[in-house]
Design a protein around this ligand. Structure first.
Ligand code: C2E
Ligand code: MG
Ligand code: MG
Length: 435
């Protein structure tokens, strides 16, 4: 009689996943010691299929199943699940033995691929391992743990410690889900607000513009900085909700100032590299400007170079559109980590924000001074303004004056402040005390 549990995979002759689960269950109940679940797949299997054709891809799957099966001892089992994913239940007394055995599978597959001239390079097997089996963990759950470990495993030719499941990995993810839900609720509940940090002209101390910086007013704990939530929102591709909120707030403020004081101060807003990938974003921003009667020339969009790394052509098209609408563009965090002078010449940059790593420790001052001076000169020659970010100490100002970097954004002048305080300082000429 037909039994789905015993279905044989026509390609590899493997039994089914259901068979694996019920067999593993039985074997673990009989002999729990050292039982280890292995999940494995091939990195970029789709690429192999594309490059060498489906026939070669199919043959590779057969060879993998053969190599895994050859490694099995009596009482151990393996199956192909779907696509290029395989599971094995092996009995191992220690992690070292697991690694030894997985590396043996890896090298025997390499040998088989070489013998058949199947591919031009070795396929890279990715392993995930769950061991030891604690009492009462269902096999399906063990497979999930092994799968998770496989997806988290670092890329490496030799199979190493990174393949083992760690409880934290799973807990982190669960925790992350809770955090992202909490953030989405907070966005819906409008718990975010902005602070404005002025930029000051060194020459006369005048405030030339300000940067809008988002904050979360978390009911349980008070003000939360963006570093705590922007990266998570980026991972879940939800960060444009925050960026749009900030942009709207800025437009609202600009139109309010215009009505109240007859003048405004240009504001810059940050855009995540994830946000700029959202289709039609700039058109939406343009509409918001029109709604509030704001001239886009009074809004500067701040982006870091890394925002363009994914797709340079797309980045360039974005910049062209940004310029066409009339926004100005600021290259943020220049000099932090990866930075290339090429971006300065290739992108239509209006402002370069020099990262505070240039102005950091005292020992670095001499050399940093030379670099900042050259950077400021270069920026000027290319027709951009340069802003020194994160300046905290008065003695840094003295050094800066000699570099030609004319604008400063840093705690030495002002910390990010509430819009009402900004208004008092800029439009009413009041002095405020910041903690
Ligand atoms: P950023 O755009 O480079 O903003 C400057 C950061 O430096 C701000 O931190 C500011 O408070 C801090 N800062 C300014 N002067 C000083 C100083 O003298 N000393 C020190 N130690 N820090 C100073 P903040 O507000 O925590 O923002 C951190 C980053 O979060 C921002 O870096 C930006 O990348 C991101 N961010 C802020 N608001 C938004 C937003 O609305 N959207 C997006 N996508 N990212 C945002
Ligand atoms: Mg910025
Ligand atoms: Mg910055």
């Amino acid at each position: 009689m037909y039994s789905p549990v015993n279905t044989v995979d026509p390609l590899t002759q493997s039994f089914s996943r259901d068979w694996f689960v019920s067999e593993a269950d039985r074997r673990i109940a009989f002999e729990p010691d050292g039982q280890t679940v292995v999940s494995l797949d091939v990195s970029d299997f789709k690429v192999i299929n594309l490059k060498y054709g489906h026939q070669a891809g199919d043959r590779l799957l057969q060879l993998i199943f053969q190599c895994v099966s050859n490694e099995l001892q009596p009482g151990e089992i393996a199956v192909r699940d779907t696509a290029d994913i395989f599971f094995a239940l092996i009995v191992c007394p220690s992690r070292e033995i697991v690694l030894e055995r997985l590396n043996r599978i890896r090298t025997s597959l390499e040998q088989a691929v070489r013998d058949e001239y199947l591919l031009q390079s070795y396929p890279e097997l990715r392993f995930g391992v769950f061991m030891p089996v604690p009492d009462g963990t269902a096999v399906e759950q063990m497979i999930e743990y092994a799968n998770l470990a496989r997806k988290n495993a670092p890329k490496s030719i030799v199979v190493g410690e990174g393949v083992f499941y760690k409880t934290e990995d799973y807990e982190d993810r669960r925790d992350e889900k809770v955090r992202i839900r909490c953030l989405v609720d907070a966005i819906a509940a409008e718990e975010f607000f902005i602070r404005l940090q002025p930029s000051v002209r060194l020459e006369d101390g005048a405030i030339t513009s300000a940067e809008a910086l988002v904050r979360w007013n978390k009911p349980e704990s008070g003000e939360v900085l963006p570093g705590e939530f922007i990266p998570l929102l980026e991972r879940y591709r939800l960060v444009d909700r925050i960026d749009r909120f900030v942009f709207r707030e800025v437009c609202r403020l600009l139109s309010e100032w215009k009505a109240k004081y007859g003048r405004i101060v240009p504001i810059s807003v940050n855009l995540s590299g994830v946000t700029i990938q959202v289709e039609g974003l700039l058109e939406d921003y343009q509409r918001v400007c029109a709604e509030f009667g704001v001239n886009p020339a009074n809004i500067e969009l701040e982006l870091t170079e890394t925002a363009f790394l994914g797709d340079y052509d797309k980045g360039r098209a974005f910049m062209e559109k940004l310029k066409e609408i009339g926004f100005t563009f600021s290259l943020d965090d220049f000099g932090k980590g990866f930075s290339s002078l090429g971006s300065l010449s290739e992108l239509p940059v209006d402002t370069v924000k020099l990262d505070n790593s240039f102005f950091g420790s005292k020992e670095k001052t001499e050399k940093s001074h030379i670099i900042v001076k050259s950077m400021a000169g270069l920026a000027k020659a290319l027709g951009c303004r340069s802003v020194a970010e994160g300046i905290e100490r008065p003695e840094q100002l003295e050094a800066l004056r000699k570099t030609g970097c004319d604008i400063v954004q840093g705690f030495v002048f002002y910390k990010p402040m509430l819009p009402e305080d900004f208004e008092r300082v800029v439009f009413k000429g009041e002095k405020i005390v910041q903690q």
